[in-house]
Design a protein around this ligand. Structure first.
Ligand code: ATP
Ligand code: MN
Length: 455
């Protein structure tokens, strides 16, 4: 059984026989032996393997190895005399498992652009940067669950197929059952009504919050928005906690605690991968993230934010005006230039927010909160939900929503209603923030955007 390189580097069982299996990054020959750099994906680092000329397949195979070939190596782990690594393997045998024709293997030893790598999304996880993103993403997913489970939150698997479109969240992909002869181009017969892919698990999470108290859902979410930006995907993952007997203040507290926990976790547990991002992707990233784990987030109301933007005299592409949603350029100016740290914006105009957000006493605003971070803009959107049956019904009617479609949602207010609140954290925006990746398409293994879904 082979050992993972990550474990070898930690345990360093020098002077023992070890086996590793992985892919060649480079080969270089000196005199009568070769140095192989082998990576197995367990960590950023490669292990150096020394292949001496006396190996049986030295001339026939080892000297033909090139980037991308897969090998199984057995040999003695020894302290490396050269600088660059502390340990290396002196090979006793090298089995070539799979060849990779150097004439055609696309990942040669040079820097490739992320745009190019997207075109080979089946091979890009073999690069340092995308491999590091995959490990960070996995760790962050684990940390999300740890955070909530340690606090007694119950995970709810909300449905991917939905019949409620969470009005205001975005365009829904519609489902069709293209079975011959059904004459059912919209899939309406299958579920008896229009169905689509979920744009948010919130409404269903509310059902469980009003039974179990503190819950969260973490799963794929879909939006058919035709927005080709560096922060939007058609398929992305969202972390959505929902808490009963909780108001906007408790909601903000949880969101801030979650973000700071996740940043602390990745800095501690993905140190090597994070160093790579700091060095090659965003200079100063580590200092920025460390600062965030130490400093409290800033708070401002939407109304104050509009005033600050108007006072700034900065020329924006879109004009700032009370009652109009903040654009990404406004969000970024607030968090990057005015506050220079994460910023929670609360109390948005009721008219620009969905029906389920709790109306404030004067009726002009709702108990909404967005969290904005430097470099990204909005990373979290949330609110206290409207728990009053009469207010909610009136708001839905005013928004032209078919009340009978949401009878179940209103029942939650009819029977044992309670104040409750929650938010949605875009998981890829989090990964983007943590890795410094300029484009969200590098943060998910197989990005889906308009016109793009290769494998
Ligand atoms: P934006 O205004 O940035 O398009 P939104 O206000 O439509 O986002 P919400 O409905 O509030 O987004 O969703 C909650 C969170 O999900 C957002 O704060 C963001 O982090 C993430 N998110 C929303 N849409 C996308 C998308 N298309 N791709 C990736 N993440 C997204
Ligand atoms: Mn939002």
């Amino acid at each position: 059984m082979q050992t993972r390189i990550k474990n070898l580097l930690v345990e360093k069982p020098v002077d023992s026989l070890v086996q590793v299996a992985g892919w060649i990054r480079t080969r270089r020959d000196t005199g009568s032996f070769s140095f192989l750099e082998v990576n197995d994906g367990s960590c950023l680092a490669n292990i150096q393997v020394i292949a001496e000329g006396g190996l049986a397949n030295y001339e026939t195979e080892i000297r033909k190895l090139s980037a991308g070939c897969s090998v199984q190596v057995e040999g003695n782990l020894q302290v490396s005399p050269a600088k660059g690594q502390d340990i290396e393997i002196l090979a006793a045998s090298i089995i070539v498992v799979g060849w990779a024709d150097p004439e055609h293997y696309p990942l040669q030893k040079k820097r490739h652009s992320f745009e190019f790598l997207r075109e080979i999304s089946h091979l890009r996880p073999r690069t340092n940067a995308l491999g590091a993103v995959a490990r960070v993403r996995s760790r962050m997913s684990y940390a999300v669950h740890t955070f909530f489970q340690e606090r007694g939150f119950c995970q709810v698997h909300t449905p991917v197929i939905t019949t409620s479109d969470c009005e205001g969240a975005g365009e829904m992909f519609q489902l069709t059952a293209l079975e011959a002869g059904t004459g059912d181009p919209c899939g309406q017969e299958f579920f008896g009504r229009k169905a689509g892919l979920t744009v948010s698990g919130q409404l269903q999470a509310e059902v469980y919050a009003l039974a179990l108290g503190d819950v969260y859902t973490f799963g794929p979410t879909f939006r058919a928005e035709n927005s080709n930006t560096s922060r939007h995907l058609a398929e992305f993952w969202m972390v959505e906690p929902e808490m009963a007997f909780c108001d906007l203040v408790g909601n903000m507290r949880l969101a801030e605690e979650l973000l700071r926990y996740l940043l602390g976790d990745v800095l501690t547990n993905c140190a090597d991968d994070m160093d790579l991002f700091d060095q090659f992707i965003e200079k100063g990233l580590l200092a920025k993230l460390r600062g965030m784990t130490e400093q409290e987030f800033a708070h401002i109301t939407y109304t104050e934010a509009v005033d600050r933007l108007l006072q700034s005299k900065k020329k924006f592409e879109f004009q700032v005006r009370w009652g109009v949603d903040l654009q990404s350029e406004h969000e970024r100016y607030l968090t990057e230039e005015i506050f220079r740290r994460p910023l929670i914006v609360t109390d948005y105009p009721a008219a620009i927010k969905p029906f389920y957000m709790r109306v404030s006493d004067h009726g002009r605003t709702v108990a909404a909160m967005d969290i904005l971070v430097p470099g990204i803009g909005e990373i979290i959107g949330g609110s206290q939900r409207e728990e009053r049956l009469d207010v909610l019904t009136a708001r839905m009617q005013a928004a032209g929503i078919n009340i009978s479609d949401y009878a179940w949602y209103l029942d939650l207010r009819r029977y044992g209603t309670a104040p409750h609140a929650g938010f949605g954290l875009g998981f890829e925006r989090l990964i983007q923030f943590v890795t410094g990746m300029a484009n969200i398409r590098e943060t998910i293994p197989f990005p889906r955007t308009p016109g793009f879904a290769p494998c």
